[in-house]
Design a protein around this ligand. Structure first.
Ligand SMILES: [Zn+2]
Length: 230
């Protein structure tokens, strides 16, 4: 009976695709098949490292081995709608789905051999409390599953009393890096190749701050993977 009622409800109120808002067919889940095949993929993982726009973004600031981003962000586009659901509509599972899709592609290009561990950029504790989850953790878990590389959400930590990076001088920003992030010594990260995950790269300031804190602790390499790049 319950199943019958559920089928009836989904007949009247069918789920719609989080990307194009079209009706989902049976067997489709959260994103329709057409969108799945036609999202604006960056394909940065197929480029020569020297032509990679993400590693170039960090050039002269912090050394990044691989710059990986699944989707190209555009305002009012499909990717913005996906991110909106992930961040504000209590749909972190969508980030994990995207992580699974991207992880499978990265595996095909042998990226599972490039990293020892996956860490997520932590949210500010206040934001975490409001949202209830860190969307980057979900994306990281999806990648971890496909690449078969361990994911940790308890190594890179964000301090409670930290302000944002904007409107600060270069020196203040440098000082601020150490007041924003901390690294737990619960797992040995020395000489490890680390894949750092976040939701979107815009200026790259947050990822840069995380990378700097980790590099001071003698990790071997830092690479970056995000859901989207602006
Ligand atoms: Zn769609």
């Amino acid at each position: 009976m319950k199943k019958l009622i559920q089928d009836f409800i989904s007949l009247i109120f069918p789920d719609s695709c989080y990307s194009c808002q079209g009706v989902l067919l049976q067997g489709e889940y959260k994103v329709c098949t057409a969108c799945r095949g036609n999202l604006p993929f960056t394909n940065y993982h197929k480029l020569n490292p020297s032509d990679n726009p993400i590693t170039q973004k960090f050039f002269g600031k912090v050394p990044i081995l691989y710059g990986l981003s699944f989707l190209q962000f555009a305002k009012d586009g499909k990717v913005q709608r996906l991110l909106h659901h992930i961040k504000y509509k209590n749909e972190p599972e969508l980030a994990e789905i995207l992580g699974n899709w991207y992880g499978a592609e990265l595996f095909e290009k042998s990226f599972h051999q490039k990293f020892d561990m996956i860490l997520s950029v932590p949210l500010h504790p206040k934001k975490l409390k409001i949202r209830g989850y860190n969307q980057s953790d979900y994306f990281g878990r999806g990648l971890s599953k496909q690449l078969q590389i361990p994911f940790y959400d308890n190594i890179l930590l964000r301090n409670v009393h930290s302000s944002t990076q904007t409107k600060k001088t270069r020196y203040e920003r440098w000082q601020n890096v150490h007041t924003i992030f901390n690294v737990s010594d619960s797992v040995d990260i020395k000489d490890k190749s680390i894949l750092l995950v976040d939701d979107v790269i815009t200026t790259g300031a947050t990822l840069e701050a995380c990378a700097k804190v980790l590099l001071e602790l003698d990790v071997k390499f830092i690479s970056i993977a995000t859901i989207a790049v602006a």
